[in-house]
Design a protein around this ligand. Structure first.
Ligand SMILES: Nc1ncnc2c1ncn2[C@@H]1O[C@H](COP(=O)(O)OP(=O)(O)O)[C@@H](O)[C@H]1O
Ligand SMILES: NC(=O)OP(=O)(O)O
Length: 318
């Protein structure tokens, strides 16, 4: 093991693309991702992994809801518990795949998942305007029927991909298990934390945390995590090699490297879709602005090991 002070500390946010749509597909995709992740350690980095859960948390929540309608032995599962379940089974697949890679490469690291709670503000305006898509995609007609049958259900169009259920997505304020995570990181653990953006909680006057019905964006949660552990880099890994301006148009331009100022300007000009690329760029800006010398890279998961050589991704810097 190298001297730990020589290692770059990287928080890696894995997008839904890394996880697939079914547990089987997830296991296969995670095995591929594990190779790139462990390669980053071989290159002299220390990594901490955060992941999305939009499709998974929607599926878990819906399964219990539907099951409870026809079977009195099944009860509905609230969103905080559904998020905790998603952290558990996604963490399990990541742990299994990473452990195998570490074994094959004879590397002495450990890997573990921390079920993570994140404090949010009860007054966050997101609670009045549910904007986070979860679960599967539906047609307009299916969505209208579901809304008619389920009181309080909100479904909206998600970035041209179909209709999805929308839930509140407050900003992350404080990672409750922060000290556990730092301790494990300091003891040669690859930590999987803040999965699905973390379980959103609020603290009452007697110091007790209570789960609230929302899903935090994992891009913002990973920026919060990267800030909390004073990471050198935040990698947001998704399906595209680079962030583009004029995305999808004939004059599309892929960006190699942008300053925070340029990124802010592009956000204002509307270059990034709100449910997909915009939170990534905003999370990158937040992280880079929070400390000297920090860099964020939005890149393709499949080529993660090429990021440090500048062959993959858009770098956001100060
Ligand atoms: N300006 C842009 N540049 C690149 N990709 C963009 C842009 N705007 C929207 N996208 C889309 O956003 C996607 C990433 O968002 P999403 O699929 O929600 O991420 P995740 O991998 O976290 O699930 C890209 O694969 C691309 O299809
Ligand atoms: N929690 C969250 O942001 O999940 P996705 O990245 O899958 O939307």
């Amino acid at each position: 093991m190298e001297n730990k002070s020589d290692l770059n500390r990287i928080v890696i946010a894995l997008g839904g693309n890394a996880l697939g749509n079914t547990p089987k597909e997830q296991q296969r995709k995670v095995e591929m991702a594990a190779k790139s992740l462990v390669d980053l350690i071989s290159q002299g980095n220390e990594i901490l992994i955060c992941h999305g859960n939009g499709p998974q948390v929607g599926m878990i929540n819906l399964a219990f809801e539907e099951g409870s309608k026809s079977n009195d032995k099944i009860v509905p599962m609230e969103l905080p518990e559904s998020i905790a379940m998603s952290q558990g089974y996604i963490g399990y697949h990541l742990q299994k795949a990473i452990k195998k890679e570490l074994y094959d490469k004879k590397m002495p690291w450990h890997v573990a998942t921390v079920v993570t709670q994140i404090e949010v503000d009860e007054e966050d305006e997101a609670f009045q305007d549910p904007k986070k898509p979860i679960g599967s995609f539906y047609t307009k007609r299916e969505a209208e029927q579901l809304i008619a049958e389920n009181e309080g259900l909100i479904m909206k169009e998600d970035a041209g991909r179909g209709y999805r259920r929308m839930v509140p997505s407050p900003l992350p304020k404080n990672i409750v298990e922060k000290e556990c995570i730092i301790n494990m990181l300091d003891n040669e653990f690859i930590v999987i934390a803040c999965g699905g953006g973390g379980i959103p909680v609020v603290k009452n006057n007697s110091g007790e945390y209570k789960g609230v019905p929302a899903v935090i964006d994992k891009d913002f949660a990973s920026a919060k995590l990267a800030d909390a552990i004073d990471a050198d880099y935040l990698f947001i890994l998704t399906a595209v090699d680079k962030v583009s301006i004029n995305w999808g148009r004939p004059n599309q331009k892929d960006l190699d490297s942008i300053t925070v100022k340029e990124a802010e300007k592009y956000c204002k000009e509307g270059h990034f879709a709100s449910g997909s690329m915009l939170p990534k760029v905003k999370a990158a800006i937040k992280f880079v602005k929070g400390g000297k010398g920090r860099r964020a890279v939005i890149a393709s998961l499949e080529k993660a090991s090429l990021i440090m050589q500048g062959k993959n991704g858009t770098v956001v810097h100060s």
